[in-house]
Design a protein around this ligand. Structure first.
Ligand code: ADP
Ligand code: MG
Length: 393
């Protein structure tokens, strides 16, 4: 479904469900990390993009005693009192994301009251496209349209609010800003370069007629993904930074390749490998943003391949399934580059390719993957897209 079709479906579903027309829609895209794997919590750089899979929430002010929420994605209807919200632990806990946004808006002085909402989404479940950020940003855009707030003039400020909502007492997920930022600030035809320390960012051209984005999902999640690999890497990065820089609050962002080569000798070999990945990955993200500014897609592709190799060898967060997808894709003419995207130990590969080779690429990936693993990967063709938006109807 296109963005317009998702918006229209949310409108129609609201009308059918509540018997009245909605007065506003909030719509927000999912995102993909193109380069900068595990760099965000090291206060480094990321190259990301909003994609053309979106979540839309149609809504209206409500005179009923409670806020009512429904979703077409198979989640049960939820109700809550916006002046006395509690975290839900039941089947309706998806509404915690909206409670988080309501709570954060109320904290900034926006008097968000009762409303009705209906969610429709084209963001595939479990695809690593950050359906939670799309839901949060769609909610933030809907509610700042129903209750206008100057905050809505700044996509970055809304992204920070959505991050606080995801970190806060209703959801409680210790995520960084990357997902909400990408969903809030996306621009069609562009990737986004983000400095995760200063939150400074800029759009860099990634023209969709020259570069398509394919997300190849292995649909596997290895034990390390579920069992704390992410927090283990987080801890190792902090420890490496502390030892290299000699400060308690040090981050690998401040370690240069030269410093790593000179001071890394005394470091435990595992910590040195982790630091090696982050330090050089940050440099790759900076180079990739510059390459895109010069229209050099081949260089971006080379940097993506190096990033994947670094995940495999130094960060050790890839797996056989993702490695195969990257290897097969990289060998095809018309593919600029391919790499692991997301936390790792399963999940997806992101492949940047000439749009004219998409059918060959999909066929080659499906064939090789099915031969080796006995099932097909899920292939999502996508392109860069605009960020979250609130629409008055
Ligand atoms: P992701 O990587 O997709 O962001 P998360 O676990 O962070 O995965 O977020 C997924 C959660 O977001 C779901 O379990 C659900 O609570 C909520 N969510 C996402 N999309 C929808 C939707 N269309 N309707 C209702 N809730 C949704
Ligand atoms: Mg999420």
């Amino acid at each position: 479904m296109t963005r317009e079709q998702v918006i229209e479906a949310a409108r129609a579903a609201f009308l059918a469900h509540y018997g009245v027309a909605p007065t506003a829609v909030g719509v927000a895209p999912g995102r993909v990390e193109l380069l900068g794997n595990h760099t965000d919590y090291n206060e480094g750089f990321v190259l990301t993009a909003a994609v053309d899979y979106v979540t839309a929430i149609a809504g209206a002010h409500s005179e009923r005693p409670l806020t009512h929420l429904a979703s077409s994605a198979g989640f049960p209807e939820a109700t809550f009192d916006p002046s006395a919200m509690e975290k839900s632990t039941g089947e309706d806990r998806w509404a915690n994301y909206l409670k988080g946004i309501v709570d954060e808006l109320q904290k900034t002085g926006t008097p968000v009251g009762k409303f009705a909402g209906f969610v429709v989404s084209s963001v595939p479940d479990g695809s690593g496209l950050s359906s939670s950020a799309a839901l949060l940003m769609a909610a933030a855009r809907l509610l700042t349209t129903l209750w206008p707030d100057p905050l809505a003039d700044s996509p970055m400020e809304l992204a920070k609010l959505a991050r606080r909502a995801e970190n806060g007492k209703f959801v409680g997920a210790p995520v960084g800003l990357l997902d909400q930022f990408s969903s809030a600030c996306g621009m069609a035809g562009n990737a986004l370069f983000l400095d995760c320390r200063s939150c400074a960012w800029r759009a860099v051209p990634l023209p969709s007629d020259k570069a398509g984005i394919l997300i190849a999902n292995t649909n596997v999640k290895h034990e390390l993904a579920a069992g704390g690999g992410y927090s283990e890497r987080h801890g190792q990065c902090l420890q490496a930074a502390r030892q290299l820089l000699g400060r308690g609050d040090a981050k690998l962002r401040d370690v240069t390749p030269a410093l790593l080569e000179s001071k890394g000798i005394g470091l435990n070999p595992v910590l040195k490998q982790r630091a090696h990945h982050i330090v050089y990955e940050n440099a790759r993200v900076e180079r990739a943003a510059e390459a895109l500014e010069h229209g050099d897609l081949a260089e971006v592709g080379r940097l993506m391949k190096q990033s994947h190799e670094s995940c495999r060898r130094y960060f050790e967060n890839s797996c056989d399934e993702v490695d195969l997808l990257v290897e097969v894709a990289s060998a095809l003419p018309g593919v600029y580059g391919a790499k692991l995207t997301g936390g790792g130990w399963g999940g997806s590969a992101v492949i940047l390719h000439d749009p004219t080779v998409i059918e060959d690429l999909k066929a080659a990936l499906t064939e090789s993957y099915t031969t080796k693993f006995g099932k097909a990967p899920t292939l999502l063709t996508t392109t860069t897209a605009q960020g979250a938006e609130g629409i008055s109807l």
